[in-house]
Design a protein around this ligand. Structure first.
Ligand SMILES: Nc1ncnc2c1ncn2[C@@H]1O[C@H](COP(=O)(O)OP(=O)(O)OP(=O)(O)O)[C@@H](O)[C@H]1O
Length: 247
């Protein structure tokens, strides 16, 4: 593997670049409830969840199928709204942000990585990584390309920029998806079972990459996983059951 993040030199330690978790809350959930109502059934997906995640933390979330993990990530990532409760980002309730500020948070502060990669098969690796930057004001063509190359270099895929997703292994595809998130320079990465489709060797590689991002760049990571071993590599393991945090 060429030039993985794990092999790059750590950046100097500054307030913006902590090498370990800080005591500064970046995400706070207060009494979050999410109720899905269909014609026939009401499902309480999240039941009064209270959670604080500090800047620079790597937190994993585990729990049985249907206990609300993906709902929690969607709400933290501002893709979905809670039925009640307050979310604070950087100490400020999300409700107090303007639409413009919310769009900024969604697009720039937070990066998403999904189990099924969500790559576009007709686009090259480089174009996949550049794509979200097209929707960013203030990022011109030259900078887009530079950021995409840099992100692909970080995940060890600089030799694959002209490949298409179908020409890559599952682990490589997930690395492209991580590079796509990194090109946006997010402070927070929300990863929903990022190794769920991978065999154990490739899963380890992706996990090492996420650990390096957290340790070397200070990126806050919240990861849903079914893998106990991987969860134990993170700084904190939160268990959910039936919409509530149990430990
Ligand atoms: N759009 C929706 N409409 C109705 N019910 C929903 C909706 N999305 C999720 N649910 C329900 O909310 C509960 C929590 O779902 P969620 O996807 O958050 O669970 P999960 O822990 O991520 O599960 P898995 O591990 O299987 O992915 C489940 O009972 C699910 O059926």
């Amino acid at each position: 593997m060429e030039n993985m993040l794990t092999q790059t030199a750590a950046r100097p330690l500054t307030n913006d670049n902590p090498l370990t978790a800080t005591n500064q809350p970046v995400i706070q959930l207060r009494d979050i409830e999410k109720v899905y109502q269909t014609k026939t059934i009401e499902t309480v997906a999240l039941n009064r969840v209270n959670l604080t995640i500090n800047k620079g933390e790597f937190v994993s979330i585990m729990g049985p199928s249907g206990c609300g993990k993906s709902t929690l990530l969607s709400i933290i990532g501002l893709l979905d709204e809670p039925t009640s409760g307050v979310i604070e980002l950087d100490g400020r309730p999300v409700q107090s942000y303007s639409d413009k500020e919310l769009a900024y948070l969604r697009n720039q502060k937070i990066g998403f990585v999904f189990q099924s990669y969500h790559l576009i098969n007709d686009l090259s690796v480089l174009d996949n990584v550049e794509l979200p930057l097209l929707y960013r004001s203030g990022v011109g063509g030259k900078e887009r390309r530079e950021r995409a190359y840099a992100a692909l270099d970080k995940v060890g895929l600089s030799a694959r920029t002209n490949h298409f997703p179908s020409q890559l292994s599952g682990g490589q595809r997930q690395r492209v998806a991580i590079a796509r998130a990194l090109a946006g320079r997010p402070e927070i990465i929300l990863a929903d079972e990022p190794t769920g489709n991978l065999d154990s060797v490739m899963g380890e590689e992706i996990m090492d990459l996420l650990l390096s991002l957290n340790q070397q760049e200070g990126t806050t990571i919240v990861m849903v996983t079914h893998d106990e071993q991987q969860a134990h590599k993170t700084q904190r393991l939160i268990r959910f059951f039936d919409g509530s945090q149990v430990s």
